[in-house]
Design a protein around this ligand. Structure first.
Ligand code: SAH
Length: 230
């Protein structure tokens, strides 16, 4: 009887392992990188445990997908460090009724994480090849829409947004994005003139339209580049 139970457990473990051999690494990532640095939001921890980050990195880097650093995704761009994705998701303070704009789709990982917690994610990527890849990768996330374009202009057709998250660093927060934020909304962006002097900034637009700005911590993001005017 006991032997049968052990065998059944082993089969169950193997089956789960076969479904997602990366589950244990995700658990360790959440425990050692995210909870260890003070993030407690249960929804954020849950989605970081669920979303298969290894599917968002180039195949040759899959084994490094759950390590404590950003990774290259081609075209000089990066997927952010897991802790930064968790921190930004927590600071954005989202709920299931929110329509969210993301600037800088990159791999699509941040959009996939947010998609579990909000109503809809609209995400814009300036590198056409990355936008195309992300569109394919995110096809199984029905509440994400990817567009190729210049984030400096925002997404006027879908505005206003409850939340805006910028994942490339502009020298200052683009006015178009502030204009496309709902009163009562929040915008999170790494801001700074160079990769060596950026800070993560949270803007709250009060119901009366006044802005409150708070610095969260120093960060290093790729620059938000300007699109060519046609
Ligand atoms: N959120 C991404 C990481 C983004 S890296 C992820 O989860 O993987 C920043 C991305 O912003 C890059 O892909 C870069 O091409 C893009 N980017 C830079 N300037 C931009 C702009 N003006 N508009 C839209 N995307 C931009």
């Amino acid at each position: 009887m006991r032997r049968a139970c052990v065998a059944a457990l082993l089969v169950a473990a193997c089956l789960t392992g076969a479904r997602d051999p990366y589950q244990a690494r995700r658990e360790a990532m959440v425990r050692d990188q995210i909870m260890a640095r003070g993030i407690r939001n249960p929804d954020v921890l849950r989605v970081m445990r669920e979303i298969p980050r290894h599917e968002f990195v180039p195949p040759a880097l899959r084994e490094q997908a759950y390590e404590d650093h950003p990774l290259p995704i081609g075209y000089g761009q990066t997927i952010s460090q897991p802790y930064i994705v968790a921190l930004m998701t927590a600071k954005l303070d989202v709920n299931k009724s929110h329509r969210v704009l993301e600037i800088g789709t990159g791999s699509g990982y941040q959009a996939a994480i947010l998609a579990q917690l909000v109503k809809h994610v609209y995400t814009i990527e300036i590198v056409p090849q990355l936008a195309e890849q992300a569109k394919k990768r995110l096809a199984k996330y029905p509440n994400v829409t990817v567009r190729h374009g210049d984030g400096y202009e925002g997404w006027p057709e879908q505005a206003p947004f409850d939340r805006i998250i910028v994942t490339a660093a502009p020298p200052e927060i683009p006015q178009a994005l502030i204009d496309q934020l709902k009163p009562g909304g929040k915008l999170l962006a790494p801001v700074g003139p160079s990769p060596w002097s950026q800070e993560l900034v949270l803007i709250e637009k009060r119901p009366n339209g006044k802005l409150r700005r708070k610095s969260i911590l120093p960060v290093v993001f790729v620059p938000m580049v300007r699109g060519k005017k046609e």
